[in-house]
Design a protein around this ligand. Sequence first.
Ligand code: SAM
Ligand code: SF4
Ligand code: SF4
Length: 342
Amino acid sequence: MTNSIHLLDKLNRPLRDLRISVTDKCNFRCTYCMPAEIFGPDYPFLKREQLLSFEEVERIARIFSENFGIKKIRLTGGEPLMRKDLPVLISKLSEIHGIEEIAMTTNGSLLPRYAEQLRDAGLKRVTVSLDSLNDELFGKMNGRGVTVDTVLAGIDAAARAGLGVKINMVVQKGVNESEIVPMASFFKEKGHIIRFIEFMDVGNTNQWNLDSVYPKKQIIEDINRAMPIEPIDPNYEGEVATRYRYVGSHEEIGVISSVTDAFCSSCNRARLSAEGQLYTCLFASRGHDLKTPLRSGLSDKEMQSIVENIWSNRHDRYSEERDELTNSSAVKKKVEMSHIGG
Ligand code: SAM
Ligand code: SF4
Ligand code: SF4
């Protein structure tokens, strides 16, 4: 067992969490993430040779685990299940000494086909995104007319396979706030934790503006009016969701309020894109290239010092500075959500 370094950035935040995007492609076109008008047939998605190979992803994950004590990995995308042979990558990652948990965020549509293989490979939990229980609205929001039942079948397949399941719902004002209470009640009944996410200004393509954010405060009020809830403590330091429990029960919900109640001061996540760029913030303009050094034959020790250098110089706090940044005349070019996976 190697001694891992407790790496701190410029604002004293540790590196705890690694999210790995395995593809920038997706079979959905959610309007808030990959609007179909922009992500059309001619969109220049990454070519196969631009993607990190499974061996390269495994090596980076090993370097993070051995040197910086990373214990959890989350796979994301694009839609991670669009990456061919994903269970093969999961088995490789699950063999890394020190990695205790592998999770995945998915739109759920391909889970009926893959849930058991994913579990056998070592996946422990999935977060499935679903924004509405209303077919017409959900079909519009996912931009492909995918039905609610398709995603519910994925959720059930994951639960049957023994995977832990959570649900993510992005709330957009004027679009799906009427679905907050029905979704809360449906998943309370089903026994899956649901997390409501404020619509964020990730990337440059989703037409975000502050008026389209349905704030955390309002989400809590809506649910509390229908089914009384009370706040509960975070599970661990740096947890992004604020947790609440239905009064008199153990069922809980979470709210992720990146816009109205930013949590940059405890942000401990690094994000690796499918082409091997390391991002230290969801709203960064650029990543740090790890693929070139990896392919140029650097040793693990040299790779470790590159990552150390990146993290120890990090000072991102976009959400805390959002007002100044969005009002400034220099419009910031940001990475797209489908590139780094949320
Ligand atoms: N395709 C997978 C999925 O949808 O779960 C994984 C990638 S997706 C980019 C990861 C998460 O980001 C999803 O839960 C999605 O709803 C959320 N997301 C995407 N765009 C967002 C935005 N503009 N604001 C808030 N959340 C967003
Ligand atoms: Fe695809 Fe997920 Fe983005 Fe929707 S949120 S377009 S499912 S990557
Ligand atoms: Fe972390 Fe950047 Fe989000 Fe702040 S804005 S919580 S630094 S990802």
